[in-house]
Design a protein around this ligand. Structure first.
Ligand SMILES: CC(C)C[C@H](N)C(=O)O
Length: 487
């Protein structure tokens, strides 16, 4: 339906074009006084060509069931879901957990849950999530006044602001005193169960903000920023195409999402070779405990120095600062001033042995759901590396997970952090650090610059590792502080 004839162009509307059916219906709409906006984004992600996403969706039958479920609970399919669809097994667990946290029986009232989602997403200026939860908040009867800023919300929610801030940017600073302040205030105090619910929501939405920026999620057409009534300035598609979804799938991008040719084509092979070598050395020489500790400290120090250049095209964000205070407080300040991140030993406090049971005790079933989600993300593999099949990728996936925990000071005694430097190159580290610590700074270029030969589905896979490792890191610090408070 691409009938772009000069005769149908209306001078007042720039390059708006239309076929005969379009013109007929436009006349009809004009008679009725209805204006239809056009979408601003191209598909669910600005990093991934829409065609690739649509293809996955069409192929998988498991997806259809999932979509139907998601559609019936939410009333629509959001762009996060449409991108996560590359990994149906994970998506299922993700949606189940999110549904439980937001809609099922739980310690917090529904409008609080959405407001906490807004507070968390706003810490990273994630207008995509803020807008979604503003709508839900209003739908469940939330007071619109609260949306004018945290100071308009009840004191109890205001008290959560500090924890939100530290959790999002420097979770290692959380102490039992922070917990005490929330639980012990005379009025407006939180119960332990409510606090666990809030902590899980905060960490869930900090991580989801990472996914949103990491995968370049576009706003949905019906949300703010997702559409415009302005006519496109350069366009060759018919208005019919816009409304039936066949718009602008003309991105000139290769399936790997970039067209840079500077890097040698054997990037993947080189990486696989390194994995093989490491595997062989691993069996031969084992580093001593001291050596392992030194390597961890070195990697941790170096991770502070990995920094992203100022963003040139990071996603535009609407002003969401009113939802939180102290906008200057971020991860960056800390790394700039070279502050020290203390080491958190997993053998003293781990998700499996401590965090999981604490959550389950106070908010039944949620510990189980999150645990399942962590495991799916950590173990997910298709045994592929770009175009190669039958590859054991566990070493690479573990390096990614442990690198994120290392940035948060979390150490696994049995892991040799030397592997990280061998397997993750600089552009990849920059991407990881940006998505995990300052997601709002993620750019299209960063997404394109790492792992150039890998598929988009693999980059989304990386994002699943990033968000789950981040969520677990935040939870570990918060739950450890809660345990300290209780004992
Ligand atoms: C993130 C990627 C290295 C994952 C890889 N494609 C796998 O299936 O294991």
């Amino acid at each position: 339906m691409k009938l772009a004839s000069a005769a149908t162009r209306s001078p007042g509307y720039g390059a708006v074009v239309g076929c005969s059916c379009c013109c007929r219906s436009r006349r009809r709409r004009e008679e009725l006084g209805v204006r239809i906006p056009r979408p601003l984004g191209q598909g669910p992600s600005r990093f991934i060509p829409e065609m690739e996403i649509l293809q996955v969706n069409a192929e998988d039958t498991q997806m259809h069931t999932l979509f139907t479920e998601s559609f019936t609970t939410l009333g629509h399919l959001d762009n996060v879901t449409l991108v996560m669809v590359f990994h149906p097994q994970y998506l299922e667990s993700f949606l189940k957990t999110q549904h439980y946290l937001l809609q099922m029986d739980g310690p917090l009232p529904l409008h609080f849950r959405h407001y906490i989602g807004i507070m968390a997403a706003a810490r990273h200026r994630c207008s995509y999530l803020v807008n979604i939860h503003v709508n839900y908040f209003l739908q469940v009867g939330g007071d619109p006044k609260w949306l004018n800023g945290l100071e308009n919300a009840p004191q109890k929610l205001q008290n959560l602001g500090e924890l939100n801030k530290i959790l999002a940017h420097r979770p290692w600073l959380i102490t039992k005193e922070h917990i005490e302040q929330l639980l012990k205030t005379e009025e407006n105090s939180w119960s332990l169960a409510e606090l666990i619910h809030a902590v899980v929501l905060l960490t869930h939405y900090h991580s989801l903000a990472s996914f949103t920026f990491g995968c370049g999620i576009n706003p949905e057409i019906h949300r703010e920023g997702g559409h415009t009534f302005r006519a496109p300035s350069v366009s060759d598609y018919c208005i019919c195409d816009i409304t039936n979804g066949n718009h602008g799938v003309t991105q000139v991008q290769s399936s790997t999402g970039n067209n840079a040719t500077t890097e040698p084509l054997c990037e993947v092979e080189a990486l696989m070779e390194k994995m093989k070598q490491l595997q062989e050395c691993r069996d031969e020489i084992k580093a001593s405990q001291e050596e392992k500790a030194t390597r961890f400290e070195k990697e941790k120090r170096e991770s502070m120095l990995v920094c992203c250049s100022e963003d040139e095209d990071s996603a535009s964000t609407r002003d969401v600062s009113r939802h939180f205070e102290d906008t200057s407080y971020g991860y960056k300040d800390f790394s700039r001033h070279g502050m020290h991140v203390p080491t958190f030993h997993v053998q003293d406090y781990s998700w499996e042995d401590h965090g999981y049971s604490l959550v389950n005790r106070l908010y039944p079933d949620v510990g189980q759901l999150i645990d399942e989600k962590f495991q799916i993300a950590y173990n997910l593999t298709y045994n592929t590396m770009a175009m190669h099949k039958d590859v054991d990728t566990s070493m690479l996936r573990r390096a990614i997970w442990n690198y994120i925990h290392c940035m948060f000071g979390i150490r696994y005694d049995d892991y040799d952090y030397g592997e990280i430097n061998q397997l993750l190159d600089r552009s990849f580290k920059i991407y990881i650090k940006t998505v995990v610590c300052t997601p709002e700074k993620t750019t299209h270029r960063m997404y394109d610059s790492f792992w150039r030969q890998f598929k988009h589905s693999e980059k989304v896979h990386v994002n699943l590792l990033l968000i789950e490792a981040r969520m677990q890191a935040e939870l570990l610090y918060a739950l450890r502080a809660i345990t300290h408070y209780m004992t």
